[in-house]
Design a binder for this molecule. Structure first.
Ligand SMILES: [Zn+2]
Length: 320
């Protein structure tokens, strides 16, 4: 992809609002939206995605207009709404799908050939969890990618430095980790992701290459925002539900059942404690021991996954 301007170049109004903890509001009409971001036109599939999203919104408006005019009953209007929402939720909840744009859910064959699985942590950095995760990874000689939340990175920049110092990588997990992220409009999506990109780049000295949507929820507008920021969406092959489950063995079983080389594993280095210590601190050593027993080793996400995002998915994995 040709990048005319690096995604994190300083100098735009949007950039200045994004920097140093100030979450930018949606860009105004006066903002030159093309200045900090890739100005190339979207590919045809991405244009189709944006168009499909607009059609979806238009159909919803028409649906409620028909109800207001008495052409449809409230019950019929509600059924149409629910069917539309179910279709949308089905897409949003399918983290391995490519229907919502380029997406990586498995390492490319050359990385997998070394016996590697990728280890990824979302939602940090967290001073109560991240340092312990780093110590465990060191103990087992494992590497990982940390999908960090921009606001949390600004509160704990020393943890970003420590993650990088120990040989791991920092990636983008949005600026605010907003619950409504998948419902943001195009400008708000772009502003939020750019704010995190700016914060993580400023602190770490290197722009993240990969993005993961909060809770894995992607909207049809996300792919275009990521394209403009030269980011690639990375999902996962397996996740441990370590923010929900209390039993570390159950978490490890979820991650290692039918585990294959090249899989991307998802855990969290945030304070997801339910009662005692964060369960990830108990699950992680068990996981790394099991990986070693299977002749596998954990790595951070390698370079070059943008190309992998466009390759066919090799196995019929679905969300686990
Ligand atoms: Zn998250």
């Amino acid at each position: 992809m040709v990048t005319e301007t690096a995604p994190c170049d300083a100098g735009s109004a949007l950039d200045s609002r994004a920097a140093h903890g100030q979450h930018p509001s949606a860009p105004s009409q006066d903002d030159d939206m093309s200045s900090p971001i890739i100005p190339l036109p979207a590919s045809r599939p991405l244009q189709h995605l944006v168009a499909a999203h607009r059609i979806f919104l238009a159909l919803q408006s028409a649906n409620w207009g028909a109800v207001a005019l008495g052409l449809l009953s409230w019950r019929e209007g509600g059924i149409v709404l629910i069917l539309n929402l179910l279709a949308m939720i089905g897409l949003v909840l399918c983290p391995r799908c490519r229907l919502l744009g380029p997406n990586v859910a498995q390492l490319p064959a050359e990385a997998a050939a070394t016996g590697a699985v990728a280890l990824t942590f979302d939602d940090g950095p967290d001073p109560a969890v991240t340092p312990h995760v780093l110590d465990i990874l060191d103990r087992y000689g494992a590497r990982a990618s940390f999908f960090c939340v921009g606001e949390r990175a600004l509160r704990h920049p020393e943890l970003i430095h420590e993650i990088l110092r120990r040989g791991h990588t920092i990636e983008n997990h949005s600026h605010r980790h907003a619950a409504g992220f998948a419902g943001f409009g195009a400008a708000a999506l772009l502003a939020d992701i750019l704010a995190a990109q700016q914060a993580l780049s400023d602190i770490g000295g290197r722009a993240p290459r990969y993005f993961r949507a909060p809770m894995g929820f992607r909207s049809p507008l996300l792919a275009e925002a990521l394209r403009r920021l030269d980011l690639t969406h990375v999902a996962w092959t397996r996740r441990g539900y370590d923010r929900l489950l209390r039993d570390p063995r159950r978490i490890v079983r979820r991650l290692t059942r039918n585990l294959a080389v090249g899989d991307i594993l998802l855990l969290h280095d945030s304070d997801g404690r339910i009662g005692g210590a964060p369960v990830v601190l108990e699950a992680l050593p068990l996981l790394l021991e099991q990986l070693a027993a299977q002749g596998l080793h954990a790595i951070a996400l390698p370079d070059g996954l943008a190309e992998a995002a466009a390759e066919p998915i090799q196995q019929p994995h679905w969300h686990r």
